[in-house]
Structure formats: C-alpha cells, structure tokens
Ligand binder design. Structure first.
Ligand SMILES: [Fe+2]
Length: 210
C-alpha cells in the first residue's frame, strides 16, 4: 500500500541557509596525461634551470626548468589539452564570452621541504596547475584561502565549535597526477608539506584575447 501523493507536504522546509557566491575551482584529469608526462620529462632533460624567474620571494626549494612559455611551443598538444580543461572550467564558472589563451606557462621542480607562500596571480583571469609528476600522498597539495576583501574583516575574532564551509580559512581537495586544477587568478593559493623530491608541475595564466 502506498500513500497518495499530495501537494500538501507535511514536512515543509521552513529554515534554510544558502551558501552564496561560491568560488569555482576545477579538477580536470587530462585524457592523455601519461603520454604528455613522457613528453614533458623528455623535454625537461634538454632544458636549463632558470634561477632568475621572479618568484624567489614566494618559494623555497623550487626551481624553474626551461624558459617561460617554451614548453608550449615545443609541445603544442600540451597547450591544446590545457585549453580544453580551461574551456570546461570557464563554462562551469564565470562563463566569459571572450576567447581565452595562455599568456605565460612555466614548469617547476620542487624538492623535499618545498613550499610556496600564499599568493595570487595578477593581470590574468584564471590560473592553473598541471600535476605532471605527483604523488598525492607525499607531495604538497595546493591549498586555497578564503578571499577577504574588506579591511573591516574580521570585525570580531571568535572561536567556532567546528569548521564549516562558512568559517574555514583554507580549503583543498585531493589532487592526483594528470590533473589540471584551474582557479580564478585572484584566489590566494600555495602549498607546503612537500615531503619528497621530484614534484613536477606546470603553472599557466589565462588571459582574454580577441
Ligand atoms: Fe601560484
């Protein structure tokens, strides 16, 4: 025996809290990540270490391998794969109507103890991190920080009983090798607790183009 359907719901929802203005961060596993990884590792063998890359103040135990943007010219299929991921992210988040392109990209090699202080990227819409050689158990994962725009915040600092999506100062999720993680460039991010060598990632910034 079944109850008749009725439009008079007995348990009408009368209290709800809405999470407004979420921040879109995308994890996009590349289809051809194994193949791309081989190409990138081979490419790295012929590249120089770039000491003067302008991010020294932000990081520790991290070197740039190869000149900025060179990898995109040398491995065009990598750029195509990254832009496919960016297209997915854009469609699901800001949905900008303009065309998008990578304006800078660089490969970084992190060794044990590496860290990236929390930072943002300027003069771009989205930024991405492609995890080329990455063990999610031992390598440092990206952490994102709540954007606090008002100089009035926090008005009062009060302890909370537990972390919730509304009060957590930092957030992350599990990232794996072959993932491209895409985020708005102005969202503060960084990493620490990199426990082992050979964390290899590519970072790229995305801009609007004609
Ligand atoms: Fe960054």
């Amino acid at each position: 025996m079944t109850d008749k359907l009725s439009d008079k719901l007995e348990k009408k929802i009368t209290q709800e809290t809405y999470g407004l203005f979420p921040t879109g961060v995308t994890r996009y596993q590349l289809d051809n990540s194994e193949e791309l990884k081989k190409k990138v590792l081979l490419w790295m063998k012929d590249q120089e270490i770039v000491d003067d890359h302008g991010r020294r103040m932000l990081c520790h135990n991290i070197t740039q391998v190869g000149e900025k943007n060179k990898i995109l010219d040398d491995i065009p299929e990598l750029e195509q794969a990254l832009m496919k991921a960016v297209g997915f992210h854009n469609q699901n988040t800001f949905n900008y109507s303009c065309n998008l392109a990578i304006n800078e990209a660089y490969v970084e090699l992190a060794t044990e103890g590496a860290l990236y202080a929390p930072h943002e990227h300027s003069n771009c819409l989205y930024s991405l991190t492609y995890f080329i050689n990455y063990n999610h158990e031992n390598h440092g994962f990206l952490k994102f920080r709540r954007n606090v725009l008002s100089s009035m915040y926090p008005v009062m600092q009060v302890n909370s009983n537990q972390l919730t999506p509304y009060n957590m100062p930092e957030a992350t999720f599990t990232m794996r090798e072959g993932d491209v993680v895409i985020y708005p460039s102005n969202v503060t991010h960084g990493y620490d607790s990199n426990q082992t060598d050979e964390r290899i990632t590519l970072t790229a910034n995305i801009i609007p183009v004609e």
